[in-house]
Design a protein around this ligand. Structure first.
Ligand code: PLP
Length: 391
């Protein structure tokens, strides 16, 4: 398709800035554009294609389910959804799950669960949810309001109310919480915020504070979860057990899914009629997600951790790199002078896809990427950075 940019310009709402590449196919950790140019992929469609492209078991499960039944609505039971529910709840040490279609929808569900818990137990006295400055929780009005970044709010007033924003330190969290607080919502690593991990001591202190006050501890694992950080959920590495967890991106392995995981406290909060989503628990999507979960064995997760550590240490050795943050295969790179977006554009020309987060370069490669493939991508990045002045 030669005129893809014109068609996009004419017919598609300009809510995204796009790279001038039409991606046509993918295989393993590579994608190919309409002219057959090959790119090694460190984006995974923003953390979605965790098993890369055309992962055999995933393709087979999705094909087979599409050829059996594509959709049932949530008025009936379906097998892939029940299978996924059992696997997810068990792996997360939670009690229940609600399925939707996106990260924002998963966050909407945990916010609704928290509000209902607070209303059931505190009769309208606890209405506030404390989130962090520099957080990101989605693009619906409610999750936008939960997002602690003014730039996302400014054009969309009036915003839904009921959120307080704290800096990631205990004093400020204490300052922004009170007798009206219902819950605290955290990302273990602020993804869109620049790949900024929280201090584990801070996370544990917040968890203690929640316990003392019967505030619900909510963790947004939309980007960090499903093996991305080297454990099934990132919170496992912070020594906490949240009351509510949202999951999405990598969970479907390429199909839209969101899951709200519900712990003991809120186990019975949702009653028939309280919440819903037409496509939630769709059998094709769940068939794909079951393959993702089955692939994430303890040995696979150890490898993610090991490959992530390798990637992190190799990135630190590159010219112009001043800091590398993140866990597992979710990493952010701070350069001395150049901006992430300029590095991304230079790498794109040379056949490697990377992401940005704020001014940083962000890496979310498929979890199946091998060390040899990591080296291949690093070589392109190294080449770009070592010849920066000449470019
Ligand atoms: C991407 C993201 C979301 C929003 O997910 P969508 O599927 O785009 O709605 C929410 N929270 C975090 C941490 C994310 O990274």
């Amino acid at each position: 398709m030669k005129n893809f940019k014109e068609i996009d310009d004419q017919y598609v709402a300009h809510s995204y800035a796009r790279f001038p590449v039409l991606i046509q196919s993918g295989k393993g950790v590579y994608v190919y554009d309409d002219e057959g140019k090959k790119y090694i992929d460190f984006t995974s469609g923003i953390g979605v294609n965790s098993l890369g492209y055309q992962y055999e078991a995933w393709v087979q499960a999705v094909r087979e389910q599409a050829g059996t039944i594509a959709h049932t609505s949530n008025l009936f039971y379906n097998e892939p959804m029940l299978e996924l529910a059992e696997k997810l709840v068990t792996r997360a040490g939670m009690k229940k799950v609600f399925f939707g279609n996106s990260g924002a929808e998963a966050n909407e569900a945990i916010i609704k669960a928290a509000r209902k818990y607070a209303n059931d137990h505190y009769h309208g006295r606890r209405t506030e949810i404390c989130t962090l400055n520099n957080s990101f929780h989605g693009r619906t009005m409610e999750t936008l309001s939960a997002t602690g970044q003014e730039v996302f709010h400014q054009d969309f007033f009036p915003m839904p109310t009921g959120f307080q924003y704290a800096d990631p330190n205990l004093e400020d969290v204490k300052a922004k919480t009170n007798e009206h607080t219902a819950a605290i919502l955290l990302e273990m690593i602020q993804g869109e915020g620049g790949v900024v991990p929280l201090d584990p001591k801070f996370v544990q202190d917040v968890a203690d504070l929640c316990k003392e006050n019967d505030w619900l501890l909510m963790v947004d694992e939309v980007q960090t979860g499903i093996g991305r950080c080297g454990t099934f959920f990132a919170y496992e590495q912070f020594g906490i057990q949240p009351d509510l967890v949202s999951s999405a991106k990598g969970l479907g392995g390429g199909l839209p899914i969101g899951a709200a995981l519900i712990g003991e406290k809120c186990e019975d909060v949702f009653q028939p009629g309280d919440h819903g989503s037409t496509f939630g628990g769709n059998p094709i999507v769940c068939a794909g997600a079951n393959v993702v979960i089955d692939t994430l064995t303890p040995a696979f997760l150890d490898e993610v951790k090991e490959k992530g550590d390798y990637l992190k240490s190799e990135l630190s050795k590159l010219p112009h790199v001043v800091q590398v943050d993140g866990l597992g295969m979710m990493l952010g790179v701070q350069f001395d002078e150049m901006k992430g977006i300029d590095v991304v554009n230079a790498c794109l020309k040379k056949g490697a896809l990377f992401l940005t987060a704020k001014d940083r370069l962000r890496l979310l490669p498929p979890l199946v990427m091998t060390k040899a493939e990591i080296d291949e991508g690093l070589n392109i990045l190294k080449d770009v950075l070592s010849h920066w002045e000449e470019a």
